[in-house]
Ligand binder design. Structure first.
Ligand code: AMP
Ligand code: MN
Ligand code: MN
Ligand code: MN
Length: 282
């Protein structure tokens, strides 16, 4: 049962099924302990944590919504969209995500080759040790291993110098399209939200063109309040939500106690006039 009027929903979080540090059970317990009353686990490109997350959330009396964060590209810009409230066994969604995970393995090999070219060897093997799920390898696992071997002092610094566009360990990659992601989620009965829009390196005009496409394809909402948004981002994306008549989401993007902007549920409330995305989730 979902709460009729949640007061602390958090619709963006990760477990060790993708690049989070905690098992789904621990993420569920932490969310409930922080007062979250409606929670979504949204691992990158993988649904493997949802059964455990749902079971524990139900035990704890916390509302649960199945989620996923899908990696896409739009006009060559990597973007994340969050799917919520879908049927996790839907074959169209499952097959699409399986292809994304395969692509990640191939990308990881190219990243490792690119790092070997600057004399940093064996990074794919090292990164795999940090992956809680051998089928889901992420730049976050690469970054943790590169810190372990002393390449940089912490994960943000590794990203800054090695794993972002133009840096030696970054490789271009073909993710899913926006249309794919919207179709997979809506085919499975869910709703689609643009994740952390304040993080994309896009002009204002491109963001509007992206949102035009998102709306035309049947997207539902935007994360307005999220772990990586400043108060200016909140005001800005609240305006865009009103302009596009979309719904608003709220999510910490929690990855673990040491590597997160904000803890589960510890976020400002949405601006009051916005329509919260949970109203669309069954
Ligand atoms: P990937 O999906 O493999 O490209 O990896 C992206 C993940 O790396 C994100 O979901 C974050 O967890 C993490 N990440 C991306 N950029 C940074 C950054 N600048 N500092 C720390 N972590 C980052
Ligand atoms: Mn992540
Ligand atoms: Mn993301
Ligand atoms: Mn995320």
């Amino acid at each position: 049962m979902l709460p009729v009027n949640p007061t602390n929903f958090d619709f963006h979080s990760h477990s060790a099924v993708s690049d989070g540090f905690l098992a789904p059970e621990q993420v569920a317990r932490r969310a409930a302990g922080n007062g979250v009353d409606l929670w979504a686990l949204t691992d990158h490109d993988d649904l493997g944590g949802l059964d455990e997350a749902k079971r524990i959330a139900t035990e704890l009396g916390m509302g649960f919504v199945p989620g996923v964060e899908i990696s896409i590209e739009w006009k060559s810009v990597p973007i994340h969209v969050v799917g919520l409230g879908f049927d996790p066994s839907h074959p169209v969604l499952c097959e699409g995500l399986e292809n994304l995970r395969q692509g990640r393995i191939e990308r990881a090999q190219r990243m490792s080759d690119a790092l070997a070219a600057i004399q940093i060897h064996g990074v794919f093997e090292g990164a795999k040790r940090y992956a809680g799920n051998p089928n889901l390898i992420s730049r976050a696992h690469f970054a943790r291993y590169l810190v372990e071997i002393g390449i940089a002092k912490d994960v943000p610094t590794v990203f800054q110098h090695y794993l972002t566009p133009g840096k030696p360990g970054y490789v271009d990659h073909r993710w899913a399209t926006l249309e794919d992601a919207v179709n997979w989620i809506t085919a499975a009965g869910g709703v689609v939200v643009v994740a952390h829009p304040g993080r994309y390196k896009m002009s204002g005009g491109d963001m509007r063109r992206f949102l035009d496409d998102f709306k035309d394809l049947g997207g539902h909402g935007i994360e307005v309040v999220c772990g990586s948004h400043s108060s200016d981002h909140v005001l800005h994306f609240a305006r865009l939500v009103r302009h596009y008549a979309l719904h608003a989401s709220r999510g910490s993007d929690f990855h673990g106690p040491e590597e997160s902007y904000v803890d589960l549920g510890r976020l400002p409330q949405l601006p009051e006039d916005l329509k919260p995305i949970w109203r669309l989730v069954k």
